[in-house]
Design a binder for this molecule. Structure first.
Ligand code: ZN
Length: 243
């Protein structure tokens, strides 16, 4: 079986401007995630960041990407609309998987694919988070304990303004009593989208093995598996830009 080609995208801004974030992720959040994925069987992993030409997401890169992992926060507005269009096209028409992490709920690409505001409630107060598995039969929750506990995290609370997910996998509880739909999936065109909540930049969340396991499972689930029509009728290639 050919490997799943993963591109981990990070805006890579907090790490450059905030000493605390840099101490937790000296090579960037993208490298913490990619470093884990590279050690797993059957994955071929690269990274891309905002300040690269075309944000590192050229047509050529996306053509070779089966699953795109997305972390962004303070620089959502710096992501060019043309690149958002391109990523969207690869998800809808080519079946590229998309995994959106944490503050990526406000990323242009996520809002575009959801069609809602993606607003939520939040608080930065070192809450404890417990992510409860509410769908133990889904590939993304395979091998997880019934509950993942994270000692300190930013709180995200309902109401989370997303369309009804195709499947809800994880629900978070926080010290303040809030709850949140922390793991949810949607199909969009030929592609699959997975939103996974944890990962505020000032906490070492992407060093947590269970959190990394969820991302790895998400990558394997989101990779396009083809379909009966694919080989006979459809051309999987995305039309050229401007077409
Ligand atoms: Zn955050």
């Amino acid at each position: 079986m050919s490997p799943i080609r993963v591109t981990v995208w990070n805006e890579f801004e907090h790490e450059k401007h905030n000493e605390k974030v840099r101490s937790i992720y000296p090579d960037g959040i993208h490298e913490a995630i990619a470093g884990h994925l590279r050690k797993q069987d059957g994955l071929e992993v690269t990274t891309a960041t905002l300040d690269q030409p075309e944000h590192g997401l050229t047509e050529e890169v996306l053509e070779k990407t089966d699953v795109l992992v997305w972390w962004g926060h303070r620089a959502h507005h710096k992501v060019e609309d043309a690149i958002v269009d391109r990523v969207q096209k690869h998800v809808l028409l080519r079946g590229m998987g998309l995994i959106v992490l944490h503050s990526g709920h406000f990323a242009k690409i996520f809002k575009r694919l959801m069609g809602t505001t993606c607003n939520l409630a939040w608080r930065e107060a070192k809450d404890k988070e417990r992510l409860w598995v509410v769908n133990p039969y889904h590939p993304i929750t395979a091998g997880l304990p019934p509950c993942i506990e994270i000692g300190e995290e930013e709180m995200y609370g309902e109401f989370f303004d997303i369309p009804e997910p195709d499947a809800l996998l994880l629900v978070s509880w926080f010290t303040g009593g809030e709850v949140f739909r922390s793991g949810a999936v949607w199909h969009r065109g030929k592609g699959k989208v997975f939103y996974f909540r944890p990962g505020h930049e000032t906490y070492p969340t992407y060093h947590n093995p269970e959190v990394l396991k969820v991302i790895e499972n998400g990558v394997r689930w989101a990779a396009f598996a083809g379909n009966a029509l694919e080989n006979k009728v459809w051309n999987a290639k995305v039309p050229p830009e401007g077409a």
